[in-house]
Design a protein around this ligand. Sequence first.
Ligand code: PNS
Length: 164
Amino acid sequence: MRERTAVYPGSFDPLTNGHLDIIGRASGLCDRLVLAVLVNEEKKALFSVEERIAMIRENVRAPQGTALEVRQFSGLLVEFAEKVGARIIVRGLRAVSDFEYEFQMALMNRRLSPQVETVFLMAKEEYSYVSSRLVKEVARLGGDVRGLTPDSVAQALRERFRRP
Ligand code: PNS
């Protein structure tokens, strides 16, 4: 039988518990899950791509029976998906506000590569408001982000925003 490969792309800047929840759900649906970390020169990331990949490697454990890979990518997502042999793109959906952006991306990706299907998964309700952007903002302003990210990520955020 053909191996079912899915790609879960994102900036992961940084990894949140919402991402971990989606990774867990996606792993149950495929044989091989490729976490694709965006290298985006235009968008200034807080953490380098190497740091983001290290955070994922440290905190993600694939369930038995699923191969998990963490890779960086730049350029078109559908080209990356093709390169790794994936016909499924996984994205997490939180609130309705995510929908418009996700809808546009999914349809654009379908136009670029009709054989690749985007699948949306919903994280646990308790993570429905958690985003990397908000977590960074709270951490930057000295707020507590424990419980929203893995502990080592919360620690990395504290260090990055430590006041002199
Ligand atoms: O975590 P993010 O920032 O919401 O992830 C966005 C991501 C990486 C999925 C998106 O920016 C992306 O796919 N970038 C690659 C460029 C691309 O393929 N663009 C055309 C399709 S819309």
